[in-house]
Design a protein around this ligand. Structure first.
Ligand SMILES: *[C@@H]1O[C@H](CO)[C@@H](O)[C@H](O)[C@H]1NC(C)=O
Length: 442
């Protein structure tokens, strides 16, 4: 209050020189403050109410303010402002406490991504031995409907829990698509969408009650789609897939030469950006191993250890709508456009697995290998499973006829064996692609 008085005085006298005037004012102000503090340790007015201790900004405290020389209107305004603020403060505190509690409760049911997002938000200590876990489930992107409003409408209908199977098809692969569609219906999988690359496929889907999406014809990449080889279509799929992720959907991208025997979404972990089927055929090749390279000329150091894993199959992978996932798609599509001779599956794997090195920044993406008995490739089926009386009894989720060129016959045989229970349906085929005799005689 001494301060307030001092400030008031300042304008009233102009006869003293500036700096001297200020020093005198400061000295008087401080002295007055000390004197008042000594003689009136509880303030000017002893008539405080008992409630004074409830809050430092409570009404009773503010009453003293009215004794200063400020205009009463200003003081009242200040008073109400401060009271409003303190009320808001109390309310905010309450809200924060409630929110914190709600968040703690939500903790129990929320997905990994949110959990990790929260952890990222504040610094934390490492914790005891054996308890630390690194981040692998990235938060999903905010859905951007403007990426493709027409597709957004279709996906809202087709997707289940923001997930769906997506398959690209043109007329060249229609017979395989027919087998796949039949297997999808048999397995009661509702969230299945065909991206039709020509009108014949649109018609096929519409007449078979299959969700279909035909891209707008003016899109430049569609030049590839028209009667394109399987190879050209592979490059296109990375471009198309991006829009699905931008719209906030997780996609199980599927080739047409895959038979569905169970609902795959019951067997997805959802903890990684990419969860992919493997070309591996046992634990080592599918999940990774230490391959020792031998160079006898090096003598004592003849053994060099290498890390090996059979490639991921880019014909069947589950991809979450995250930034690393979208970056992966962009990188692959970009390289396929620039390197026309490259193989999309090789590029897909190089982008997934190669580390950063001088001059190159590797992708920071999390990945998971699918169970090779559940998401089975045709080598596993024809080399191992069909010859093993226990493995024969297991029902895979999908069978991908990726290792054999006679895809249509083997797909049909897989259906005959697993769906129709024809026990000898697989027996006629050789392990590899060599044919002694064509079963259909064609
Ligand atoms: C392969 O790995 C699985 C776990 O992923 C394990 O249960 C199984 O015993 C392993 N098989 C062999 C032959 O090591």
């Amino acid at each position: 209050m001494a301060g307030l008085g001092g400030r008031k005085d300042k304008g009233s006298s102009s006869s003293l020189s500036g700096s001297r005037r200020i020093w005198v004012a400061v000295f008087i102000g401080i002295s007055m403050g000390c004197i008042f503090a000594f003689f009136f340790p509880h303030g000017f007015f002893p008539s405080y109410s008992a409630s004074q201790t409830t809050h430092p900004l409570s009404k009773s405290n503010l009453r003293t303010g009215s004794s200063s020389c400020e205009s009463p209107e200003k003081i009242n305004k200040l008073k109400s402002d401060i009271m409003g603020l303190s009320d808001k403060n109390v309310k905010l505190e309450k809200q924060v406490t409630e929110l914190t509690q709600k968040l703690r409760l939500a903790d129990l049911g929320k997905d990994h991504a949110q959990e990790q997002f929260m952890v990222l938000g504040k610094p934390y200590k490492a914790g005891p031995f054996g308890t630390v876990k690194s981040l692998r489930t990235n938060p999903t992107v905010l859905p951007d409907e403007s990426a493709n409003p027409r597709l957004a409408k279709i996906l809202a209908k087709v997707a289940v829990r923001k997930e769906l199977i997506v398959v690209l098809a043109n007329t060249n692969v229609k017979p395989m698509l027919e087998i796949q569609v039949t297997s999808i219906k048999k397995s009661d999988i509702p969230n299945y969408l065909v991206v039709a690359l020509d009108d014949a496929i649109v018609e096929f889907c519409e007449s078979n009650d299959v969700y279909v999406y035909k891209r707008d014809p003016d899109e430049d990449v569609d030049v590839i789609a028209k009667g394109g080889s399987n190879h050209a279509v592979s490059g296109l799929k990375f471009r198309i897939l991006r829009e699905f992720l931008q719209l906030g959907y997780s996609v199980l991208l599927s080739d047409v030469d895959i038979v569905y025997l169970q609902n795959p979404f019951l067997h997805i972990y959802r903890d990684s950006d990419v969860e992919s089927m493997t070309d591996g055929h046992n634990n080592m090749t599918a999940y990774g191993y230490n391959d020792v390279f031998d160079e006898p000329a090096m003598g004592w150091a003849r053994y060099a250890h290498t890390m090996r894993i059979w490639v991921y199959n880019s014909g069947l992978f589950y991809i979450r709508p995250t930034i690393p996932s979208i970056e992966l798609l962009d990188r692959v599509a970009n390289r396929l456009a620039k390197e026309p001779k490259s193989w999309d599956q090789a590029v897909f794997n190089e982008e997934l697995f190669f580390p950063s090195y001088p001059g190159y920044s590797g992708l920071h993406i999390s990945k998971r290998t699918m169970d090779f008995y559940l998401f089975m490739n045709s080598k596993v089926l024809f080399k191992t499973v069909r010859k093993d009386k226990n493995l024969k009894k297991l029902r895979p989720v999908t069978v991908h006829v990726n290792y054999h060129p006679d895809k249509l016959y083997r797909m049909q045989a897989v259906v005959n064996y697993y769906v129709d229970g024809k026990q000898d349906a697989l027996d006629i085929f050789p392990d590899g692609s060599e044919w002694v005799r064509n079963p259909k005689g064609s």
